[in-house]
Design a protein around this ligand. Structure first.
Ligand SMILES: [Zn+2]
Length: 105
């Protein structure tokens, strides 16, 4: 389906450092769609870039996640209040994967 034509590399802005970077270099943070029964609306890191829901982007760097956390820009961008525990979990997850390699996906 996808043609290898010359196309613009999609860029996104990191909510931590405000830098624009190619989408694939950034990490997607996604809020799952809310279901009618009140479930959903869960915020998590999306390493595959394929999860459904509203997304925001940060660098694959704990520093940027922390900045975005402090400024509450992730909350604003995703349109919900992200619980502290979720931030803690995301920081731990990112820190764990950050040291491993630079080419996930
Ligand atoms: Zn950043």
């Amino acid at each position: 389906m996808e043609q290898q034509k010359k196309k613009k590399i999609p860029e996104r802005q990191c909510l931590g450092c405000n830098e624009h970077k190619p989408k694939k270099e950034l990490l997607r943070v996604v809020r799952s769609p809310e279901a009618t029964d009140g479930t959903g609306g869960v915020v998590s890191l999306d390493f595959t870039g394929k999860k459904n829901g509203r997304g925001a982007y940060i660098c694959r760097d704990v520093k940027c996640l922390k900045k975005a956390r402090k400024s509450r820009r992730l909350d604003t961008s995703l349109g919900c209040e992200i619980p502290e525990a979720v931030y803690d979990a995301m920081e731990a997850e990112l820190a764990a994967c950050a040291g491993k390699n630079d080419k996930t996906v």
